[in-house]
Design a protein around this ligand. Structure first.
Ligand code: BMA
Length: 317
């Protein structure tokens, strides 16, 4: 059957060949393939995906593609829990949900590091996706979903953070750093909205995309139901020069679990994005893990995503 695009959400057109990567495509034993970072490197699309091993802990695998839709997985894992301190102590339960940005000649990989001490964020670097250097553990525990902006602001690196506290649950903050290791000047910039599709949790998804009208932030929002939580995707637009300023948050979600592979799997009713790639023709490829089990992709028009935020915004805080 010729591949085409099907089952449109209003803004995102799902690829008809979804899922684009599953455990069957991986040459070593894994139970899932999901929540992947994707970047363009050397004319190829490189996907760094999360995979559960059969002991329930996660590692990161790598796959490559010429077109962003058809991926081939490497024969060995890309990144497994570290054997050297200080990382070993904090990655013992696994490494999860990577995000990648290209900055100053290097790819910066942020990932969730799990251990008996909780979940915190690690930063690793690579130039070629062949060798990786663990750089630093950049948060304490109770952080996930850290994405670094692909540009500096006033000489500082900036990142979106997602700490958790009972008083202000699962909200998005911003922090800055002179060296990618020490972070501060933190500020709360966006909260879940009560009785709304993202009322329980929000978290940064793909690294922000630069547009003429602001940084586009594809985030995930979670709503609790009697049948468990539903993970959807939404959009926020940040000021180009001061990303702590949110220009608009789109009121509606842009993607929710609808296809069979998004509704059923290891964790049902989940679409969770860690990557989006803007293309030269004004389109953007958005990648998401479906039901914590497989990887999917869809395309959207970048300008329409920006309009979505600006035309029907909701409060950020
Ligand atoms: C979140 C994280 C994600 C996962 C999602 C849905 O808390 O664990 O990695 O995709 O839940 O299970």
């Amino acid at each position: 059957m010729a591949e085409s695009f099907i089952k449109n959400s209003p803004l995102i057109t799902r690829y008809s060949g979804n899922p684009i990567l599953t455990k069957e495509d991986v040459p070593y034993p894994v139970a899932t393939v999901h929540n992947a970072a994707v970047v363009k490197h050397d004319k190829k699309y490189i996907m760094i995906f999360r995979a559960h091993l059969h002991n329930g802990r996660s590692i990161l695998g790598k796959a490559e593609s010429d077109d962003g839709f058809h991926f081939r997985a490497d024969k060995d894992p890309f990144m497994v829990p570290a054997r050297n301190e200080p990382f070993k102590e904090y990655e013992d339960f696994g490494v999860e949900d990577p995000r990648i940005v290209f900055l100053e000649g290097e790819y910066l990989i942020t990932y969730s590091a799990y251990s008996r001490h909780g979940v915190r964020i690690g930063l690793a670097k690579t130039r070629d996706f062949k060798t990786i250097e663990r750089y630093a553990l950049i948060t304490e525990a109770d952080y996930r979903n850290v994405v670094i902006f692909p540009e500096k602001f006033g000489g500082l690196y900036a990142r979106l953070d997602r700490p958790h506290s009972e008083i202000s649950p699962w909200s998005v903050w911003i922090s800055y750093s002179p060296d990618l290791k020490y972070w501060g000047d933190s500020k709360l910039i966006m909260k879940p909205l009560q009785y709304h599709w993202d009322e329980m949790k929000i978290g940064p998804g793909a690294p922000p995309i630069k547009t003429s009208r602001g940084w586009l932030n594809i985030y995930h929002g979670v709503f609790p139901t009697m049948d468990g939580s539903v993970y959807r995707l939404g959009l926020a637009l940040h000021d180009l020069h001061d990303p702590s300023k949110i220009i608009a948050v789109g009121d509606n979600w842009i993607l929710q679990p609808e296809e069979a592979c998004e509704r059923t799997g290891y964790v049902h009713n989940v679409v969770f994005s860690c990557a989006a790639i803007p293309e030269d023709d004004g389109s953007v490829k958005i990648y998401w893990g479906a039901a914590d089990t497989v990887m999917c992709v869809g395309t959207a028009n970048l300008e329409s995503l920006v309009e979505h935020c600006l035309n029907n915004p909701r409060q950020a805080l």
